[in-house]
Design a binder for this molecule. Structure first.
Ligand SMILES: O=P(O)(O)OC[C@@]1(O)O[C@H](CO)[C@@H](O)[C@@H]1O
Length: 302
């Protein structure tokens, strides 16, 4: 079973605008939606849709925390969150004809005692894999991630900021940076596939068994102990890119849970991401029948 930990979850508020935002003018919106979000929660949503057993944990508080948990309880995901005094955040995505704008709040203060409750929760579920994903809320730091990673016999996967990645000390089976996080974690310039491969290999050598990096329109790479793989992005009409990295990670983890090869895992990740970017918000689209999409994705080895 795969457990996700979201230390800074959010209600994701996605607003579709028919006209570009203009300074001083009122923008009217025809469509909006609210999703239970935050990177770990998204991973659990997509894993559940892929038929992988998962539990989502983290912290939640205030009326947005209650809304988040109500939304999760309407899904098939097992959610086991720790209640905190602060208010869970509202993260906003504005989708207009001129582009995609994202506003993320910093999130509430999280006390060390809440982290210990999360550790107890994880120990109670006894997962094989723990995925810690998303930004660190006030009161937490890289040592929080190391604490959760080292608190049980599970393998740990992280999707956290680049600077945080560079400061981690526990053992990690996999990390999932995007190109900016790769650059921040290694101090390298990352502006194309080749420079991303060099940075991912450096990060892999620094102590992550596998590095899966999402590169947007350039697809994704996976640095393994033996070689580095690249898969191009699938050709789809993109509605919004929010959750694409979480979808990539979910596809990779679902394939790993089925003991598939690294190449199949990378193709599966790209195929899941291509379904998620075709819908607005961070809801899980149908992820059935991915085989054809997965098989049409080529993988090059370096
Ligand atoms: O502020 P963070 O924790 O880095 O990112 C949070 C977030 O943008 O990530 C998810 C998409 O990946 C959204 O559900 C959520 O709003």
């Amino acid at each position: 079973m795969i457990a996700s930990v979201t230390l800074n979850p959010a209600v994701d508020y996605t607003v579709e605008l028919s006209e570009p935002l203009t300074d001083g003018a009122v923008a009217r919106s025809d469509e909006h939606r609210y999703d239970a979000g935050g990177k770990g929660i998204n991973v659990s949503k997509y894993l559940a849709e892929l038929g992988v057993e998962t539990v989502a944990t983290g912290v939640a508080g205030g009326f947005l925390g209650r809304s988040l948990l109500e939304r999760l309880s309407a899904t098939s995901i097992d959610a086991d969150f720790v209640e905190i005094d602060g208010e869970t955040r509202l993260n906003t995505t504005l989708l207009g004809p001129d582009g995609e704008y994202k506003v993320n709040q910093n999130g509430p203060q999280v006390a060390p005692s809440a982290i210990e409750e999360i550790v107890d929760t994880l120990q109670g579920h006894d997962p094989e894999t723990v995925v810690i994903a998303g930004s660190l809320p006030p009161g937490t730091g890289p040592e929080t991630i190391d604490r959760v990673a080292a608190a049980g016999p599970w393998e740990t996967v992280v999707d956290v900021g680049g600077a945080t990645l560079a400061d981690l000390e526990a053992e990690y089976a996999l990390c999932k940076p995007n190109h900016e996080e790769l650059a921040a974690a290694t101090g390298r310039r990352v502006d194309d596939v080749q420079s991303a491969i060099a940075a991912a290999e450096e990060l892999q050598a620094a102590g992550f068994e596998r590095v899966v990096a999402s590169l947007g329109a350039d697809g994704a790479i996976m640095a393994t102990p033996d070689r580095t793989l690249h898969a191009p992005a699938a050709d789809v009409d993109v509605v919004d890119t929010v959750g694409a990295g979480d979808a990539l990670l979910s596809g990779v983890l679902a394939a790993r849970a089925r003991q598939e090869s690294d190449a199949v895992a990378l193709r599966s990740g790209v195929a899941v991401a291509s379904r998620v970017v075709a819908v607005s918000g961070t809801r899980a689209p149908s992820l059935t029948g991915l085989r054809d999409e997965r098989e049409s994705i080529s993988v090059s080895a370096y």
